[in-house]
Design a binder for this molecule. Structure first.
Ligand SMILES: [Fe+2]
Length: 319
């Protein structure tokens, strides 16, 4: 019988659960063996004390790991209706936002946090971007005022993941850059809301406070002993520009690592395309066209590669 053990974070609609490991007081009407057909079931399991799940891939969807394995189990992911897939994606974004918010708050308050804590988010982003990048990025473009920083971080993480794969960086590095995307703006948690949410232009003192988020974020990440130094480096330098006009260190050219240059492109692209309650974001095409005209702001060769890393429907009319 094709039984595969998965982590509860990998559970998706359409999987058939044979057994669980750990204690779970299941709803009476669900039964011990069942196919997952409702998001509330996934939520209940993910919030439970279950440590592992055994799924039957003959009777339902298989895990990504099983789907990637060679052999007879490569029939592909269980087919969901478009509506169910949309519902699942929305739910994933919401769950990732809550987890990202909690983990970033941990870092802000100085609690030691390891990269493993972010693994469920990175895994979800990777799956969503593999299955439907347009849908995932489209969802993260809608910014509620109170969660804007977190949603932006999710979007930049997804773009960086996608960009890393397009540049054929190895998997571990792609995961690290995805995490860097999640954490690049963590310093904004230390910026007063009045400045962060101001809708008009910032005056010079306010701008200095706002710009301090890069340094403040890097300081927070530096204090985390288990986080790789690359994360703090990207956080500190994601507003530097190739012509030296950025901040905080006015680095230029070759002093900016590939990873910083990648993050800058993803960061600006997402900021331009995001919609706020008071403004509609630019289309992908408008954003990319504008970025191509900016002198000294982006690594142009890398920007072209970034465009190629996006789905054709996101860049139609550009190339
Ligand atoms: Fe930033």
């Amino acid at each position: 019988m094709p039984i595969v053990k998965i982590d509860k974070s990998q559970l998706t609609l359409g999987m058939f659960i044979e057994a669980v490991e750990g204690i779970w007081t299941a709803e009476r009407n669900v039964g011990r063996r069942f196919k997952v057909e409702d998001l509330t079931q996934i939520e209940a399991i993910r919030n439970s004390n279950i440590s592992g799940i055994f799924i039957n891939t003959d009777l339902g969807a298989q895990s990504d790991a099983a789907a990637a394995a060679p052999g007879p189990q490569t029939a592909g992911r269980y087919k969901l209706s478009p509506r169910a897939r949309l519902q699942e994606m929305k739910w994933n974004v919401q769950r990732n936002l809550s987890l990202a918010k909690r983990l970033m708050e941990d870092i802000r308050t100085g609690r030691q946090t390891s990269p493993d804590s972010f693994a469920p988010i990175v895994t979800d982003i990777a799956r969503a971007m593999r299955e439907n990048p347009s849908l995932y990025l489209g969802m993260t473009r809608l910014r509620a005022q109170d969660t804007a920083t977190y949603t932006h971080s999710l979007a930049v993480a997804a773009l960086l993941w996608n960009f890393s794969l397009a540049l054929e960086l190895e998997q571990g590095l792609a995961e690290l850059l995805c995490l860097a995307g999640l954490l690049h703006d963590i310093g904004k948690l230390l910026i007063p809301q009045a400045i962060l949410q101001k809708q008009g232009p910032l005056d010079p003192p306010e701008r200095r406070v706002m710009e301090s988020h890069a340094e403040k974020g890097a300081q927070l990440l530096d204090r985390m002993e288990t986080l790789p130094p690359l994360l703090a480096d990207i956080c500190r330098h994601h507003h530097e520009r190739p012509d030296g006009s950025g901040y905080p260190d006015r680095l230029s050219g070759a002093d900016l690592s590939l990873y910083v240059r990648m993050t800058t492109i993803c960061d600006v692209f997402d900021a331009l395309t995001a919609s706020r309650p008071y403004k509609k974001g630019w289309s992908s095409q408008e954003a990319l066209k504008w970025m191509l005209t900016c002198q000294g702001q982006f690594d142009k060769a890398l920007l072209w590669k970034f465009m190629l890393s996006l789905e054709p429907q996101l860049t139609r009319g550009i190339l």
